[in-house]
Write a protein that binds this ligand. Structure first.
Ligand code: UTP
Length: 415
């Protein structure tokens, strides 16, 4: 074995990953080199530290308080008008960009292809991307300016996403206003922290969370593109919210008038056990904490009117000020371990397709940038009007529940 491979072996030994060597047997020279290159690109120290820390699941927020918010329904007519006017002004000026994070694996949904390409069963047969493009087209026509649409993909769905847009002629949206860029990946690991393989000769790298968005915007040149276009605010949303009000002028204007680095929409938490992240003030800074990281006593705490004390459910609809994104691109945020169903290949070359969650992804979450903002503006909206996530194949948060919500909105004249 030459020095190069000896180094690889030492590394694997040091981090308890020697099973990887089983995969070397029978590889040709090119495959061996590629695998070695993959191994050397991995930050094993980080991987081990995330794996060990995340298992502890410690709640380390010493002072937790509710965060102030504004209810949309409590705005006066004058306030509404002021925000909407300001929102349209920014849209007309071309100062608003939109980003959809669409790099996820969609393991729960199990749709064959990128999530945004899914037809959720509406009579029109339109995909999520199509619905979003139509909304952008309407807004742009009214604003007299096309809104740049940044689309974050991952290496595993990038080509398929672009092909889908091309096949559908970008849904009538100008191609030059659709800016695709890829996010980073990290190796998937099994429950013992061991690297998994995607083929007989390749380590399985998977998209490492929507929190990769700022650094990937920077590295891909998309951030520079925003600067060139004079964007001062970026509207951020998840690809799987079927009723997303993209760049809603009222929210754009609200964010700009408050002028904190971040604004976010929240909905009222349904009950203490609802599996959503909740927005708090932790150690004086805005923070989202995952439901499984919050002690039960805090989750169930109520105020004297019987209302949940920590009632703000985070729904991934944010506005980021451009200068805030720019100031954050080199800031470190933590990885979280997410237990998922991850298909992989074993050392005999057999494909394993699990029916239950079997492995961990390392994921960064966009909301871990929130504590870098001294303050943020929080607008509480109605769940039925703004949030219909398509996460699962059936049951809650499925195409069926999203479809029903859309039909209801139509009945009430809400779309
Ligand atoms: P989810 O956390 O729901 O993950 O993503 P997911 O990958 O879509 O689905 P599951 O959990 O495997 O079933 C919330 C949003 O963040 C994006 C998703 O595309 C979705 O819009 N995302 C997630 C990324 O852009 N990159 C990632 O690495 C993960």
């Amino acid at each position: 074995m030459n020095g190069y491979f000896a180094k690889v072996e030492q590394l694997l030994e040091k981090y308890n990953q020697k099973h990887v060597l089983d995969f070397f047997i029978g590889l040709n020279h090119v495959e061996k080199n590629r695998l070695a290159e993959q191994i050397l690109s991995i930050d094993f120290e980080e991987l081990a530290s995330v794996f060990n820390k995340a298992k502890e699941h410690q709640f380390n927020h010493s002072s937790v308080e509710p965060l102030e918010y504004q209810r949309l329904n409590d705005l006066t007519n004058e306030q509404r008008e002021m925000y909407i006017t300001e929102g349209w002004r920014l849209l007309r000026n071309g100062e608003v960009g939109v980003i959809v994070v669409a790099g996820g694996h969609g393991t729960r949904l199990g749709h064959d292809g990128p999530k945004g390409t899914m037809d959720i069963g509406l009579p029109s047969g339109k995909s999520l991307f199509h619905l979003q493009a139509e909304r952008l087209l309407k807004l742009s026509n009214r604003a007299g300016k096309y809104i740049p649409w940044y689309i974050m993909t991952s290496p595993e769905n990038h080509d398929a996403t672009i092909k889908f847009f091309q096949t559908h002629h970008f849904f009538g949206y100008p191609e030059e206003s659709c800016i695709f860029f890829q996010q980073k990946t990290m190796p998937a690991i099994n429950l013992e922290g061991k690297l998994l393989f995607s083929s007989h000769s390749e380590i399985h790298f998977v998209p490492s969370g929507n929190g990769e968005c700022f650094s990937s915007l920077y590295q891909s040149g998309a951030l520079e593109d925003m600067k060139r276009r004079g964007i001062s605010w970026l509207f951020y949303y998840n690809v799987d919210n079927a009723i997303i009000k993209i760049a809603d002028p009222l929210f754009v204007g609200y964010s700009a008038c408050c002028n904190h680095p971040i604004a976010t929409k929240v909905v009222e938490k349904r009950d203490p056990d609802e599996k959503v992240g909740a927005l708090y003030l932790s150690n004086g800074r805005p923070t989202v904490i995952e439901y499984n990281e919050i002690p039960k006593s805090l989750l169930e705490k109520r105020d004297r009117h019987g209302k949940l004390f920590f009632n703000l459910a985070y729904i991934s609809i944010n506005m980021f000020r451009y200068d805030f994104i720019e100031s954050c691109v080199h800031n470190k945020i933590p990885y979280h371990l997410a237990l998922k169903k991850i298909s992989h290949v074993d050392s005999n070359g057999n494909t394993i397709s699990p029916s239950e969650p079997n492995a961990f992804k390392l994921e960064k979450f966009i909301f871990d940038y929130f504590p870098f903002a001294e303050q943020m503006s929080v607008l509480m909206v109605e769940r039925e009007d703004e949030f219909a996530p398509v996460k699962n194949r059936e049951g809650q948060d499925s195409p069926l529940t999203a479809r029903n919500q859309i039909l209801k909105l139509h009945e009430n004249g809400g779309v």
